[in-house]
Design a binder for this molecule. Structure first.
Ligand code: KG4
Ligand code: ZN
Length: 334
């Protein structure tokens, strides 16, 4: 066929994401099942439960995605799956199903790097950012600054030396008594907070470089909470100050990355890019430096199948494909 259509499969953590993407028509359908409720009682993702739930959900979701896209298996030209990084058992569910379908349907499969999926997610909507750009990837597992010159042309400019930004949100949220994953809940709590009560540090902004460190903010939050009263207003004020510090730190580093590369386009992706305060602060920062910032649409900031389908299509078009022996790569540098 002249136009390529792929199924994308995401199972790296606690969401089963399936999508059908067509080279010319764009995104045709997408399905997302979140396991958040399953893991809530444990205060974090339980790997074994995650794998089992992916097994239960993956095939029905693929069927539904095909149905919604108004097509059958005969219209599909390739399968893209998240090969890593992530939980090994969860990854194996997606990769096994992907490679089995590719074998049965006699079409190629390609393994996609989860962070490449996040990085390309803004391309699913108009206006899509043009290459080259600087990308800030802020998810629950990773925080990195990347120079992007094209598909597969990634230069890591900086990374977190400890916790990821989303991880810091989740851990601080837990200290504030919020459920897992607490990032969005902390953001909600911060809406009731007042500015000026607490001043959190802006880690690693006082020296050159584009690396991040977020574990100190969590410790600072722990100490602040311990020495404060436990009223709802106080907690909201702490949430506010914590969020402000994370966003400020990210903004300072992005400004620096744009200056260093001489680029004017910035992409922010990954779960934390859904944060409203972050979007507001970056809007004004980017105006000041005369640049443009791009985000994925809200539902594609966190894990999803659409970003994997898109990245996989680009990889397949470039002639890449996986052998049958490919399993998963739980640890994998971008
Ligand atoms: O990209 P993602 O879905 O999964 C990983 O690849 O890790 O990111 C999930 C992370 C979680 O840490 C979650 O708390 C955080 O993104 N997150 C947020 C918001 N929405 C999701 N953090 C702050 N504010 C939000 N609105
Ligand atoms: Zn992710």
């Amino acid at each position: 066929t002249s136009t390529m259509r792929v199924i994308g499969i995401e199972t790296s953590c606690d969401e089963t994401g399936i999508a059908v993407y067509d080279e010319h028509q764009g995104l045709l359908s997408h399905q997302l099942y979140s396991q958040v409720k399953l893991h809530a009682d444990y205060g974090g993702v339980v790997p074994e439960l995650a794998s089992r739930d992916h097994v239960r959900k993956i095939v029905p979701l693929i069927k539904q995605a095909l149905l919604d896209a108004n097509c059958t298996k005969d219209d599909i030209d390739g399968i893209a799956f998240t090969k890593g990084p992530g939980l090994v058992g969860a990854l194996l569910v997606g990769s096994s199903v992907a490679r089995s379908l590719a074998f049965a349907w006699d079409i190629p499969a390609v393994g996609v790097h989860h962070m490449e999926g996040h990085l390309l997610a803004p391309m699913l909507d108009e206006p899509a950012p043009e290459f080259p750009f600087v990308a800030l990837l802020v998810s629950g597992g990773h925080s990195m600054m990347v120079r992007v010159d094209g598909i597969g042309l990634y230069e890591i400019l900086g990374e977190s030396v400890d916790d990821a930004a989303g991880e810091a949100f989740d851990k601080t949220a837990k200290l504030l008594g919020l459920d897992y994953p607490g990032g969005p809940l902390l953001a909600k709590m911060a809406e009731q907070g007042e500015a000026g009560h607490y001043k959190f540090p802006r880690p690693m902004t006082d020296r050159p470089g584009l690396d991040f460190s977020f574990s100190g903010l969590k410790t600072f939050a722990a100490n602040t909470i311990r020495s404060s009263d436990q009223s709802a207003q106080t907690k909201a004020n702490i949430a506010y100050a914590f969020q402000e510090a994370v966003v400020d730190t990210l903004a300072i580093k992005c400004k620096r990355a744009l200056k260093q590369t001489g680029l004017k386009r910035l992409v922010i992706a990954g779960g934390v890019s859904a944060n409203k305060q972050l979007r507001a602060e970056f809007e004004s920062m980017m105006k000041k430096v005369n640049g443009t910032v791009f985000y994925p649409r809200l539902e594609f900031c966190t894990d999803n199948g659409a970003m994997i389908a898109y990245a996989g299509l680009k990889r397949l078009k470039a002639g890449e494909q996986e052998g049958l022996a490919t399993k998963a790569q739980p640890r994998w540098a971008l």
